[in-house]
Structures are given as C-alpha cells and as structure tokens.
Design a protein around this ligand. Structure first.
Ligand code: GLN
Length: 471
C-alpha cells in the first residue's frame, strides 16, 4: 500500500513512525527496486541527518510543526537545489552543480521537506517516455516492459514504486500529467504563473510550470500550496487577484469535447472515460457536449511555439557558462563542439526546428501563425468557460506503451494531443486515475484530465478530492 503525506504526517505526530524510519524505508525501496526502475539519477547522502533533526522536532512540538516536516520528496533533475548535481537529463550538464535553490525548493525546504534525490527525465524535458534521457530510460513500476511516461518519468516512477509519497515534476506540454496517467498517480499542472519558475531549467518559458505527482489529490493540493505564490524573482508569477474568483460549487457542469476524441484514442481508454462520466452524472453533476475546434490545432501550434522557445532558452549552453566544455582551436569551435557532443538527438531536432521557425523568412508563416492560433484558443476557451465549469478529456490517448515502441518522433508527439492545449492556454489541470485497461494480461492505469478556467486551481482540488480521494 502506497503511503500518502497525510498518512506519514499523522504517524509522525502520533509517534507510531518517525522521519528517520520513513527515510530508511524510502532508501530501502530505492535499493531494492531502482536498479531495474532507474527512477533516480542521484540519491543524496545527507538525508538521514535531516531526518534525525525532523524526528527530534516532532518529539518536541508534535502537530505544531511545518506541514511537510520529515516528508521525503524527490525532485526532477531540472530543478536547482544548491550544492547538488542537476543534469536536466543531459550529457551537457552531467557534472553541473547548482549554485542556488529554486524558489520552489526554498519553499519546500521551509515547509520541512527532505529532498531524497534527483529523478530521471527526458533530456531538457523533451519527450513523453523518459527514453530521451542521456542516462538511460526509466521503467514503469506497474509493468517494467513499459515506459513511465515523460518527461517527468523518473518522478512518477519514484512515487509509483513507493519510494516517496511525492515527487516534483515540470509540465511544458503534459510532462506531469501524462506520466501520472501512465503510473496511476495524481498529477497537477497549475495555472501558468501560479508557481515560480525561478531556478527551473527552462524548456518553453511561456509554457513551463512545476507541480506535484502524488497518491492523492489532498497531497497534491498541500504540496502545490507550499510551492505556489508570487515571487519577485519571476515576473510572470500571478497574485491572488490576477484572475477573477472561480467559485466552488456542490455540483458542476462538465464539458466534453467529443469531436476531439474521434481519432487515435484507444477504445478501452474511451470506455474508462465514459464510465467516469456516468459516475459524475450519478453524483448529480451535469455533462454537456462542447465544441473546441481550435483545440485540434493545439498539437501543431505547440510543436512550433515550444521549439522556438527551446532554441532560444538552450542558447545559453555554449560550453563556456555551464557544464561540458569541449576543447577547440577557437571560441566558435568550443560552442559548436560542446553543443554537438553535449546535446542528444531530440534536443538538436527541436533547436533546429525552433531556429527555423524564428528565422526572418519563416517567422510570419510559422511562429507568428502559431502564436495567433494560441490567442484564438485562449478566446475559445474563455467563451467555453462561460458555459461549463470544467472540461474533461482523457489525459493521454493510450495507457503506457512499451520501451522502444515509439521510435518515430511524430508518433511520440501525438501522445500529447490532450495535454498541450492546456499549456498553450495557461489553464490549470488535474489528472488522476479513472481506472485501468487490460493489455497482455496486465492492468494498466489510465488518467482523466479535469481542466479548469484560469485561476481555477482550487476548484480542481476541491472536486478532485471529492471524486478521487473518497472513492
Ligand atoms: N511530451 C511533450 C514534449 O515532448 C511535453 C514535454 C513536457 O511537458 N516537458 O514536448
């Protein structure tokens, strides 16, 4: 049985367990399983001391302690934590040590969390299976022949194998939600700007948000609340009154964009989705069909906007400022060789694509158009949220696929059909398991997405707790 933060904390307060025992248990799980799963790139050696201090504090103060005191937390390896190696899953940062804490790390630390290690990921968060890591893939604890999803696959696997009750991921186009779906977890992508990006290694700055992967919605809310809030170090963070109040209700109107699920979605995933809708109806909610024609353009727009931002963000990895530096006769040679040796295939593909769509002859035709589509998608969504409270889609069109199954990059990109429109429009989305589908004798989890209006994060937690945590 996988533990929640809530379970652990009450055991710590009651004295039936201690942070030292929890950390020892986490390390034992990692020792036993991570040889095969490979969720972690690094496991830190200073955790027992931190756990001893937390144990002493519980003895002294019990309930009157910070909300995450002594809770083991895993961090995706693109989140800066001072004095520790942070790789972004890339050879170019293989030996890079962070010199400061990300704002979210600082806040989690203040709340008492114990960082147990850094988790594996697709290189620079580009991918949907964790197979693009320069350090080898992660396997799905549910079925080790399958991927855990990505790019936060290491974080998802760390929670799914029972090492930690929470791991932090980042989501640029689905990288928290899709691994949550593949591994049977809760994953949350906040409203853009709700969580500071200061100290996250950027992929697409207008799309990136950090969020939790957990075993319950209650835990996801707790961890999100610790991390969230305006930050002077990130000018894109929002405040309480950036968006108008999104009221909580007893029953909601859910919109279902059926047309959007017509192609390429597994039959069993649709059956699980329909069963979930019946459950909502039985609980008194209203379900209506909606049209979101522009959402179908989301994938195309994302695979223009995202590489454009990637090409710009990754320009800083030049062999001089961070990480790997190749020897060459002159400065240009250092740039070229360091990048050629340091970046993997997918990263190079996206830098090329991004540079192309931003070049003067193609900017208007590609980047400009994609940004226009994005603006129109936002309007379409704003109109839709006048009629419905929450939009529902499956999180991913399939359950976890097998390692090596999606070698064609376009096949991999199609996995993102339901997740990328959310990042393009900035809205919050909660993913949690809606059931399992059977494949080759194994029960594989599949997730559902509850998409809320801008600033509607609380609404998603409130309904998510009712539907999922009390199931
Ligand atoms: N799978 C998507 C991509 O490859 C999403 C990645 C992410 O959210 N970091 O771009």
């Amino acid at each position: 049985m996988k533990k929640t933060i809530a379970d652990l904390r009450s055991a710590f307060i009651a004295g039936t367990s201690t942070p030292v025992k929890a950390i020892e248990a986490a390390l034992a799980v990692i020792k036993e399983q991570d040889g095969e799963i490979h969720a972690f790139l690094d496991v830190y050696d200073d955790v027992v001391e931190a756990a001893e201090a937390a144990t002493a504090l519980y003895k002294e103060k019990g309930n009157d302690t910070p909300p995450l005191l002594g809770i083991p937390v895993a961090l995706k390896s693109n989140i800066l934590i001072k004095g520790k190696r942070v790789t972004a899953g890339s050879k170019i940062l293989e030996k890079y040590t962070a010199v400061y804490d990300a704002t979210i790390v600082k806040r989690l630390r203040e709340a008492g969390a114990i960082f147990i290690g850094a988790t594996n990921m697709d290189e620079f968060a580009m991918g949907g299976s964790t197979e693009n890591s320069a350090f080898g893939p992660t396997r799905n604890p549910v079925d080790t022949a399958r991927v855990p999803g990505g790019s936060s696959g290491g974080s998802a696997a760390a929670v799914a194998m029972g090492a930690v009750p929470v791991a932090i991921g980042t989501d640029t186009g689905g990288s928290i939600r899709q691994p949550a779906s593949f591994c049977g977890l809760v994953g949350f992508k906040p409203t853009y700007g709700a969580v500071s990006r200061y100290g996250l290694i950027a992929m697409g700055s207008s799309l990136d948000q950090a969020g939790p992967l957990t075993n319950s919605v209650t835990d996801a809310e707790l961890v999100h609340n610790v991390m969230a809030g305006a930050d002077p170090m990130d000018a894109t963070t929002i405040t309480e009154d950036t968006y108008s109040e999104v009221p909580l209700k007893e029953t909601y109107t859910f919109g279902v964009p059926r047309h959007f699920m017509a192609d390429g979605v597994d039959e069993e995933v649709l059956q699980a989705f329909d069963a979930h809708i019946e459950l909502l109806r039985a609980a008194g909610h209203t379900i209506v069909d909606i049209e979101l024609p522009l959402f179908e353009q989301g994938l195309a727009a994302y695979y223009i906007v995202m590489p454009a931002e990637v090409s710009s963000n990754l320009a800083r990895f030049d062999g001089i400022r961070y990480g790997l530096s190749a020897e060459a006769d002159n400065l240009l040679g250092v740039y070229e060789k360091s990048r050629a040796e340091g970046f993997g295939k997918e990263v190079k593909r996206r830098i090329l694509l991004g540079t192309y769509v931003l070049s003067s002859g193609y900017y208007d035709a590609y980047y400009g158009k994609a940004e226009l589509v994005r603006t129109m998608m936002r309007r379409e969504l704003a109109e839709t949220f006048k009629k419905v409270d929450i939009i529902l889609t499956p999180t991913a069109p399939t359950p976890a696929f097998k390692l090596g199954e999606k070698e064609d990059p376009l096949a991999m990109y199609r996995q993102d059909i339901f997740t990328v429109p959310v990042n393009l429009t900035g809205v919050p989305t909660l993913s949690f398991p809606m059931g399992t589908v059977e494949q080759e004798g194994k029960q594989l989890p599949v997730g559902i997405q509850y998409i809320g209006p801008l600033g509607g994060d609380k609404r998603l937690f409130s309904i998510g707790k009712k539907v999922y945590d009390t199931r």
